[in-house]
Design a binder for this molecule. Structure first.
Ligand code: GDG
Length: 732
């Protein structure tokens, strides 16, 4: 039975060792809940680190721990304390975390940490590869494992892989500063579906893929050799019922009141006017804690009538306390709370109640249900589940959520009071508005928020992700339709060998050689000459290179060889070492078109004009891909209106627009060649849109092969120049 393998940095288990007693309890976090049904299904397995380093496990304890882990349908990746220091605390939390949250000043680019990150991702890959079987699906979670998808795909291309990033994906301008950016993107592109919380993260990722990897992106699909990778947003939800039901039980007093609740009640009962404002976060610099405290101070000064009336309850949960920035944040927070409490407190009122600890779930519910306002103001946050949990617990549909625009959650929680966390004014206005908001308005806002959260809960989130992953598989089938398989390759080779008279037509750029930034750099290499020479020496074989390149360049590269050459899309042919024009073409039009192309070059950095004898080409492969997309549309419109007299045509090639006489194309010249002899075997290879003319003109029995996995009239598709060379070698 096919299974789903979930992979995350940590296993969803808490393991504690006391003496010889081993305690293993399931984690209750959002991810663990979301995956519960996926994990429980069939023989689903969760792979991750147990939380105990290998140094702390002797072999006896290790087998006991592993047995418990296996029992919980999990499998452990063993990590040493060095791994944790360098991969987790180092690279994940001192490089990726600050960089992806736009804290460039905190980002360390430490080579040894990067090496550890690669090493540990490989350790995860090993365990996954030992676990995965045909037909399984792997779902990789979060920023600690960005390289894992490709490590799996390399070995098991047949396995479907999903990846979800829980933190923001930064804009290209931030991401480009990262020294190993290409490797990181390559790692992620091993997945068949890459998911983010919001559309903004999705578009930032696509923008980096376009600019750094220079890949074709069509809406939200990336073409990556023979694969299509889908990118989409899936805003993670919470276990709505768990929070809502806990709050109902709490409010109906089905459970005994906690000490904390009793204390809260004392204050609530003191005076109807007294209000609680709540914030809950891990103590992390992304959560905007110091700013929130300062903004609260400003609020009290702006609206002094709230003094002695409102309290800010701040629950900050200890996190990553061995990373220096977190230690600094802790002292800054302590100091700010101390100062403000010192400044405003009276004998009966302390403005900030500050808890630096983690509280049990029932206390969390006490806080959520007792607070009139939730003040969630991160400076950057992938999603923020606390905001959603607060809403879920408001069973009477009262209470107000103030939420930072910088949290992913803000995108789907429009009915909250959204603020810019850097604006003290926004804070003060929103707090005042929240504290004064009529119950009716609170209700109507809460109702809408709750409806959405209930519908799109964490289980739905996981389901939607899997549904899209399934669809990605179907997409894949369309792309790889016509992909040449080994059997077809053998058959082609057999036909070739048995043929009596052969015609071999080969396009050059993108077919025999890969693209270079500058077309003049895509020179033939020794290996290519050898292959072509061998073809030339085959009996009864006519080899012809057919290209849009100009005569001078081809003469320079192949002038001393015997093969036939066709250049300028079919304007010139060289047979028996003699160049003959196939067409007599006008060139007067060039002086009109060139200035137009020049204006496009001036306005589009990275583009240039190639002047050929009979055509003009505007190349844009090194330009900014988004700007190039706009400019190509513009240029096409301008040119089409100018060349409407049918004498000229505009060809859209691979990262090039070419204007040439309508009389010539590779198809016409292919037909002419075919008429010259009685061939019983025709092989045509090309990668570009202009090569489709050749495929069309080729006879029914011809073997036509498209290089690249895009729509084509050819019979087969193959991957790239390397694969072309392998095939040609096989024929000869
Ligand atoms: C990352 C992204 C994204 C907090 N204090 C206590 C406690 N919590 C629970 C909350 C909530 C969770 O921790 C915190 O989740 P967040 O989403 O707010 O934040 P991160 O930990 O930074 O998570 C974030 C998330 O991944 C999911 O994709 O939303 O943007 O940074 O569930 O309830 N739970 C208990 N005691 C506490 O004291 N029991």
């Amino acid at each position: 039975m096919n299974k789903t393998i979930i992979v995350s940095n940590r296993l969803p288990l808490q393991i504690s060792i006391e003496g010889d007693k081993l305690n293993v309890t399931p984690s209750v976090g959002g991810l663990a809940t979301g995956m519960k049904s996926v994990h429980a299904e069939g023989n689903g397995i969760w792979i991750g680190w147990s939380g105990i380093t290998s140094e702390d496990l002797d072999s006896d304890l290790k087998s006991k721990v592993n047995a418990k882990i296996e029992n919980a349908k999990c499998r452990a990746v063993e990590l040493s304390s060095d791994d944790i220091d360098d991969y987790y605390l180092g690279f994940s939390n001192r490089t990726l975390w600050p960089l992806f949250h736009y804290f460039l000043e905190y980002t360390e680019f430490e080579k040894s940490h990067w090496e550890a990150y690669k090493r540990v991702n490989k350790k995860f890959a090993e365990v996954v590869l030992n676990t995965v079987e045909e037909g399984d699906t792997v779902w990789v979670q979060d920023y600690q494992l960005l390289l894992l998808p490709q490590l799996i795909k390399d070995v098991r291309p047949d396995i479907t892989i999903g990846f979800f990033l829980h933190i923001p994906f930064p804009s290209y301008e931030i991401f480009r500063t990262f020294p190993w950016r290409e490797e990181l993107l390559t790692g992620m592109l091993g997945a068949d579906l890459v998911g983010f919380h919001t559309y903004d993260y999705e578009r930032h990722f696509l923008s980096s893929v376009k600019r750094i990897m220079r890949l074709e992106v069509n809406f939200n699909e990336i073409t990556y050799y023979d694969r299509i990778i889908k990118v989409d947003s899936f805003p993670m939800g919470i276990d709505y019922n768990k929070f809502h039901d806990a709050a109902l039980a709490h409010n109906n007093q089905n459970t005994e009141k906690s000490e904390l609740q009793k204390r809260l009640d004392t204050h609530i009962n003191e005076d109807n006017d007294k209000k609680f404002i709540l914030s809950i976060d891990r103590l992390d610099y992304t959560k905007g804690i110091p700013n929130r405290i300062r903004a609260f101070e400003n609020f009290l000064n702006t609206y002094p009538e709230y003094k002695e009336k409102v309290r800010l309850i701040m629950l900050t949960v200890p996190s990553r306390s061995n990373v220096p920035q977190y230690q600094k944040l802790k002292s800054e927070t302590d100091e700010l709370v101390g100062r403000i409490n010192g400044e405003f407190s009276t004998v009966s009122w302390t403005p900030i109640w500050y808890f630096y600890r983690s509280l049990p779930f029932n206390n969390l519910i006490d806080l959520y249900t007792s607070s009139d306002v939730a003040l969630i103001t991160p400076v950057r946050d992938g999603m923020n589940l606390v905001a959603k949990e607060y809403v879920a617990t408001r069973t009477n549909q009262d209470g107000v959520l103030i939420l930072s625009e910088m949290a992913g959650a803000a995108k789907e929680m429009n009915e909250a009071l959204l603020i810019n966390p850097n604006s003290f004014e926004d804070f003060a206005t929103a707090l005042n508005k929240a504290l004064k908001m009529p119950l009716e308005e609170q209700n109507s806002r809460m109702k809408i928020l709750q409806k959405r959260l209930k519908r799109y809960d964490v289980e739905k989130w996981a389901k939607e992700f899997f549904k899209t992953l399934d669809e990605t598989n179907q997409l894949q089938e369309v792309v790889i339709s016509k992909k040449m398989n080994d059997k077809e390759e053998d058959l082609i080779s057999e036909h070739y060998k048995n043929a009596k008279k052969r015609l071999v037509l080969l396009d050059y750029d993108g077919t025999l050689v890969g693209f270079k930034d500058n077309p003049q750099d895509a020179k033939p290499d020794e290996e290519l000459y050898t292959i072509l020479d061998k073809f030339e020496n085959q009996k009864n074989t006519k080899l012809c290179l057919i290209s849009g390149r100009d005569k001078a360049t081809f003469n320079n590269w192949f002038g001393f060889k015997d093969y036939d050459l066709i250049t300028d899309h079919g304007v010139w042919i060289r047979e028996n070492k003699k160049w003959i024009p196939l067409e007599i073409l006008k060139t007067e039009w060039m002086s009109n078109i060139k200035p137009i192309l020049e204006t496009f070059v001036d306005r589009t950095p990275g583009t240039f004009i190639e002047e050929k004898e009979y055509s003009l080409a505007w190349h844009y492969r090194t330009a900014d891909p988004e700007l190039a997309q706009i400019r190509t549309l513009e240029l096409n419109t301008v040119l089409t209106s100018m060349v409407s007299n049918n004498e000229l045509s505009v060809l859209q090639g691979n990262k090039v627009i070419e204007i040439k006489s309508s009389n010539v194309n590779k198809g016409r010249v292919t037909s002419q060649l075919l008429m010259k002899d009685n061939y019983d075997y025709v092989l045509v290879l090309g990668d570009d849109w202009t090569d489709e003319y050749m495929f069309e003109a080729a006879p029914e029995f011809a073997t036509t092969i498209k290089v690249g996995y895009v729509k084509t009239k050819a019979k087969y598709k193959i991957k790239g120049p390397q694969k072309v060379r392998e095939l040609l070698n096989k024929l000869i």
